[in-house]
Design a protein around this ligand. Structure first.
Ligand SMILES: [Zn+2]
Length: 146
């Protein structure tokens, strides 16, 4: 009897901790989305395939709780409140594989390639910075401010 009472108490404590962490994350995402919405006129984000990303081992921890989905939702309404725009870039847009200088596509790029050289123009590209600039440029193109 005493054992089951202790287990119930433990489960209650774990549930409270989960709630606390979830609230802290939500609070952080509210602050982050507020900062972004206040600082920029338009925001372009990639519409990631969350399920595919969650299945990818190294990305699983950061994506499968859908913090990104929550951030996107908060961003969308906070930008809209100020008459600003959130542009979602299609998940098939080759933001990582496209060279931001000459637009050539590197079909051989893998997730392990953090820095790569464009075979077409020879540019040295940081995977994440290149992708971010491509997403920004595509967002500007969609908004007609390129
Ligand atoms: Zn290039």
């Amino acid at each position: 009897m005493k054992g089951s009472k202790n287990r119930a108490k433990q489960r209650q404590k774990v549930a409270e901790l989960h709630e606390k962490v979830a609230n802290q994350r939500k609070d952080f995402l509210h602050k982050l989305s507020r900062q972004i919405a206040n600082a920029y006129t338009a925001v372009a984000i990639e519409d990631l395939n969350m399920r595919a990303m969650a299945q990818c081992l190294t990305l699983a921890k950061s994506t499968n709780d859908n913090g990104f989905g929550m951030l996107k939702t908060f961003l969308a309404y906070k930008l809209a409140e100020q008459g600003k725009q959130l542009v979602t870039i299609d998940k098939w847009y080759p933001s990582s594989k496209r060279c931001r200088y000459c637009q050539a596509i590197n079909e051989e790029l893998t997730l392990a390639d953090r820095i790569w050289s464009c075979k077409c123009c020879g540019a040295e590209l940081d995977r994440d910075i290149n992708a971010a600039i491509n997403i920004k440029n595509e967002g500007c193109r969609i908004l007609g401010i390129a």
